[in-house]
Each structure stands twice: as structure tokens, then as C-alpha cells.
Design a protein. Sequence first.
Length: 83
Amino acid sequence: MFAYALSVMASFTAPEEIGTNVQSLLLLLPLLAAVSVVYKATKLSEITAITFLKESVLLFGSIVVFMVATALVLCVVAWLVTG
């Protein structure tokens, strides 16, 4: 048990390698969903199931759209600078 605990603690000494391909970037979606749910849980004054779900999905979608738009703008800027 002690060796297992040391192994788990040692895994935090080196960062996890995450690439920049599409599959790796899809790992951001569950994190984004969790952030949306927690944020809306703390900000809504009255929580009902329908309102909470609607607001969380709306926040999730707006953040995804903003991230995609930002990525496209950065790609265009990089293309203009290097091209």
C-alpha cells in the first residue's frame, strides 16, 4: 500500500503530456462542462432542474463558440504573419 501511495505521489512530479491534435483537444470538453455546471451552481439564485440545465448548456456552448472563434482568429493572424 505504501509503495502504491508513493507511486501516485511520484506521478505528480512530472507534467502530463497532452498533444495539440484534435483528439487531445477534445479532452477539454469534459473539463469545460464541469466548469459550466459549477459556475452556474454558484451563480444562480434559484436552482430548478430545467433552468439549471438550460443555463449550463448555454454557458457551455458560448464558451465553446468563443474558443473556436479565438482559435480561428489566431490561425489567421499566424498565417498572415508567416505567409
